[in-house]
Design a protein around this ligand. Structure first.
Ligand SMILES: [Ca+2]
Ligand SMILES: [Ca+2]
Length: 123
């Protein structure tokens, strides 16, 4: 019994040490269309959008996930989810995970071509 306690203590110390060494990413993700945040896209998500737009109480609401077409939250987002559920189309990639990058992590940049400032333009 005493030995198991010692092993548990060593494992806890090891987990703490690893968590301190490994960088922690602040990146987060959500499921596009999962407006109520229950981990799946259902008709309840379209209903949550409709309720939110009507200023009715919504238990849980993720506006980023609800705005499936990226133009701001409106009734069209509920329609896109209904179309997806009816297997009509899915042009906005509903039910796909969207990862928000950590804003403190530098993003790779595309090198810009350098141009000679004294170069004459090609006519
Ligand atoms: Ca949902
Ligand atoms: Ca929208």
């Amino acid at each position: 019994m005493k030995r198991l306690g010692l092993i548990g203590l060593v494992l806890i110390c090891l987990m703490i040490a690893v968590s301190m060494i490994l960088p922690v990413s602040a990146a987060s993700s959500y499921l596009r269309g999962d407006a109520d945040g229950d981990g799946k896209v259902t008709i309840l998500d379209a209903t949550a959008i409709q309720r939110s737009l009507a200023a009715l109480p919504v238990k849980s609401f993720n506006e980023k996930a609800a705005d499936v077409d990226g133009d701001g939250l409106n009734i069209t987002d509920a329609t896109w989810i209904q179309r997806y559920l009816a297997e009509f189309d899915n042009i906005h990639h509903i039910n796909e995970t969207v990862t928000i990058p950590d804003p403190t992590t530098p993003q790779p940049t595309t090198p810009q071509p350098t141009r000679d400032p004294y170069e004459l333009p090609v006519v």
